[in-house]
Design a protein around this ligand. Sequence first.
Ligand code: MG
Length: 280
Amino acid sequence: MSEPQIILMTDLDGTLLDHDTFGYESVKSFMVELIHAGIKIIPNSSKTSVELEYFCKDFDAPLAYVCENGAAIHHLAVVKGQASEAFIDPIVLGKPVSVLMDHWTGCLSAQLRELCVFLDDLSRVDQAQILGLRGEALDRAMSREYSRLFVFKGSEDTFHRIQDEAKKFDLNVVRGGRVSQLSGYHDKADSISIVRQTVSSGPKNALIVALGDGENDINMLCHADIACVIPSKNGEILSFNTNRSFQKIIHASKPAPHGWLEAVEAALELISIESRNCYG
Ligand SMILES: [Mg+2]
């Protein structure tokens, strides 16, 4: 049996990128080293495809990525090391925005809908303030193909009611770090089985290390082989239950971006110890 293909599937905001500045310069050279060592990094984010293409341009090798909370997987061939085939059509699991909004108005009462203020309906000044972005970065964030962002102005109970109503119509409502998101019924975890299948069609099996900090990362963390939890800047730590008793969980002590590096180093150390036990 050959050694596994290590995949780092990572959330971006608050996990790799600093929550306030979106910076990650201090860990970039470490990421480049990982990529050169053959480790595949797959950003898996609620960001749009345009934002992720822009982010991935920072690296000299193409990266596969998952955009809009699991709506589409781009450049999947990269995980098999076939960079030249990287730019084929994405695998789409999401629904186009027009379909989402037809379902939304059809399934939710006007009373519930009024509590959800979509960012597309706000001024650019308000959008900028809510997302913490300006200019072209704001344009990239707003060019959504499979989801819409909204600010929720109601109680916790009402939010759960909206989630339940939406679910009946195959719509998913999740809370992110800054805003809530309406999309089709998919999440960040759906790409994991597709990535595993893609890798295992080659000579190796995938060993997936997932990294996240928020509620919308929980399912992805639960489906990985090693889950890395990054604390928020105010010290809050995401808690979740996994029924996979064999799953390893690593808690970083620092927030993004340093906690990302700390967690990846701990995960690689764990993999190296286990592989010495298996192969050595
Ligand atoms: Mg996050």
